[in-house]
Design a protein around this ligand. Structure first.
Ligand code: NDP
Length: 482
């Protein structure tokens, strides 16, 4: 059985305890590899290597750091097919999706921050007649990057690349549910000539290895993406130690459709924004609100399209919906479908586990599910399900739908469909979320600030925001004698 290894001090190592955890293929329900069950001893070793590597890495020229990161990017691109297949097997997502979205985005993340490192500048403030101030932006030192299972290499690299570009050294942990592409990345880093200790990847359970990263005294900052409850725990642990925090957390995003929308575009994109990656994208629109004159038509056409989605083997190129990530997660999704019915919801399509034939007979598959007749404030419409489940609700007025949209504790993203420009601006201003898409979904420019409001997070990633997060500003004030 393949054993995944930690990447510490430039070497692939077994966990000190010698213990491993089973790694499941969610499409078959079978264990196919073993994950190091790392603990604070492994994290301590990783933090020590990162600390030792920091003086050289942080003082290297931006161009030299750029060259290392570009080599990593090129090798990910070279291994696109292999990485996409590994991601699909580990996570259950269709390989076609990993090939089109996850892995190309990891390539871009490294490329984007490799080049950004060469284009940063700091400010100067002239105190006229007295002094000149300039700002130094110094890398923080050793930082921790912790990422979730839904977009494994995509989100892992979204944190690591800016940290390294800023001159920090990293102790990182992927989700133990999907560790494979992070392991393959460590091999790529060795091949790319990444200096020893600059990036360290520790595998294991969140509550053990992840918590040890948060608690390690040499780790100056935590960049975390995951669930709101985990984020809350991390914030409580890190705050008294005055660690810098970037938290990207859960969502319950509204997808607001006005009757004057571009109908075909709205319909096609809403299928994607509801069910891509089995609905396991933090930016999926899980609450669909449709203006009443369009409601019945949209609902019927939408349900027809959803019924045509092919659920099946993630390695089959014709599959639209793969397996959900694990058995416990499938059970959580099914329990929410059950709850929705108890809350009075009507299932328009889906609602059940699917038994796929052949190779995937033991896998975790859930039908794409559409539910109507639920109040906007019931639990199904308030809590994050994070699966192939959406609700659909009519509305009559702008203010009404705004109050539905903003009624949740989350504020990550929203989509508005309308051809009325003024209404689009009005809505975008009033919706409480970190990103508002108008007449599109998931269109990302890596230079823009990315993050959530309310319980969806603290801080922003992307562009120079991430580079700023991984550095500390210092003002140098020089008095001038005229
Ligand atoms: P979790 O919060 O369970 O886990 C996220 C990561 O944190 C994993 O690596 C996990 O390890 C680790 N972890 C768990 N407990 C601790 C701890 N006590 N200390 C340190 N690390 C810990 O989230 P999921 O993996 O279940 O991911 C799904 C969630 O992520 C959803 O809520 C989703 O909305 C959110 N998300 C948010 C995004 C955003 O940009 N805002 C983007 C993508 C997802 P392990 O898995 O090994 O236990």
């Amino acid at each position: 059985m393949l054993k995944i290894e930690n990447y510490i001090g430039g070497k692939l190592l077994e966990p000190v305890s010698g213990k491993y955890i089973d790694n499941y293929n969610p499409a078959t329900g079978e264990v196919y590899s073993l994950i190091p069950d790392s603990d604070e001893t492994d994290v301590e070793a990783a933090a020590r290597s990162a600390k030792a590597a920091f003086p050289v890495w942080s003082k290297m020229s931006a161009e030299a750091r750029h060259d290392v990161l570009m080599r990593v990017s090129a090798l990910i691109e070279r291994d696109l097919d292999l990485l996409a297949e590994a991601e699909s097997v580990d996570n259950g997502k269709p390989k076609t999706l990993a090939k089109k979205v996850d892995i190309p985005r990891a390539v871009s993340n490294f490329k984007f921050y490799a080049t950004a490192a060469m284009h940063t500048a700091t400010e100067a403030h002239e105190t006229v007649g007295q002094a000149i101030n300039y700002t130094l932006r110094q890398p923080l030192g050793v930082v921790g990057c912790i990422s979730p299972w839904n977009l494994p290499l995509y989100l892992f690299s979204w944190k690591i690349a800016p940290a390294l570009a800023a001159g920090c050294c990293v102790v990182a942990k992927p989700s133990e549910i999907t560790p494979m592409t992070a392991f393959l990345l460590s091999k790529i880093c060795i091949e790319a000539g990444m200096p020893e200790g600059v990036l360290n990847i520790v595998h294991g359970l969140g509550a053990k290895a992840g918590a040890a990263i948060v608690q390690n005294k040499d780790v100056k900052a935590i960049s975390f993406t995951g669930g709101t409850r985990t984020g809350e725990w991390i914030a409580r642990e890190a705050a008294p130690k005055f660690k810098k925090l970037s938290l990207e957390l859960g969502g319950k995003n509204p997808n607001i459709i006005f009757a004057d929308c571009d109908y075909e575009e709205t319909l096609a994109t809403t299928v994607l924004s509801s069910f891509s990656n089995q609905g396991q994208i933090c930016l999926c629109g899980s609450r669909i609100f449709v203006e009443r004159p369009l409601y019945e038509k949209f609902k019927n056409d939408f349900v027809e399209r959803v019924k045509k989605l092919k659920v099946g083997d993630p390695l089959d190129e014709t599959t639209n919906i793969g397996a959900v990530v694990s058995k416990p997660h499938m059970e959580k999704i099914l329990s929410y479908i059950d709850l929705a019915q108890k809350e009075g919801g009507t299932i328009l399509t889906g609602g059940k586990q699917i038994q796929v034939e052949g190779r995937c007979a033991g896998g975790y598959f859930v039908e794409p599910t559409v539910i109507e007749n639920l109040a906007h404030d019931c639990r199904t419409n308030q809590e994050e399900i994070f699966g192939p489940v959406v609700t659909i609700t009519p509305f009559d007025a702008e203010d009404e739908v705004l109050s539905y949209a903003n009624s949740v504790e989350y504020g990550l993203s929203a989509t508005v469909w309308t051809e009325n420009l003024s209404r689009a601006h009005r809505m975008a201003e009033k919706i409480e979320s970190g990103i508002v898409w108008v007449n599109t979904w998931l269109l990302r420019d890596l230079r823009t600030p990315f993050g959530g409001m309310k319980n969806s997070g603290v801080g922003r990633e992307g562009g120079f925001e991430a580079l700023k997060f991984f550095t500390e500003e210092k003002n140098v004030c020089i008095k001038i004698d005229y």
